[in-house]
Design a protein around this ligand. Structure first.
Ligand SMILES: [Zn+2]
Length: 114
């Protein structure tokens, strides 16, 4: 029986073996990041491969992206600074939050108005 809040999944044994082999070869480096088992690595891989940002909101001169990778979700603010989008979370003009927003028509429209 899985622990509360957990689910059991099955994967092909060959995939599991491949994962285990990979994990063992990189164990030290993963353990430093808090990934202390092959199953933790699977969780990490899934979380990072499912698009983490689906929700966003464009306001008058900034936008918010809800980054779900951190569990409940962080509100990431993207401002316009020096005529370019600036992510307050990444402290960058070029990050995945901005890349995500640049694919959204309403954000691009807001940018044009600035
Ligand atoms: Zn960012």
């Amino acid at each position: 029986m899985p622990r509360e809040g957990q689910k059991v999944i099955t994967i092909p044994k060959s995939t599991w073996d491949k994962l285990n082999e990979y994990y063992e070869a990189h164990k030290e480096e993963y353990e430093k990041k808090g990934i202390k088992s092959p199953t933790k690595l699977i969780t990490q891989l899934i979380n990072y491969n499912i698009p983490p940002f689906e929700d966003y909101n464009v306001c008058e001169d900034y936008a918010i992206v809800i980054d779900k990778r951190a569990g409940k979700g962080i509100w990431v603010h993207v401002y316009i600074k020096e005529n370019k989008p600036y992510c307050d979370f990444c402290k960058s003009h070029d990050c995945e939050h901005i890349k995500f927003l640049l694919e959204k028509e309403d954000f691009v429209e807001m940018l044009k108005k600035k």
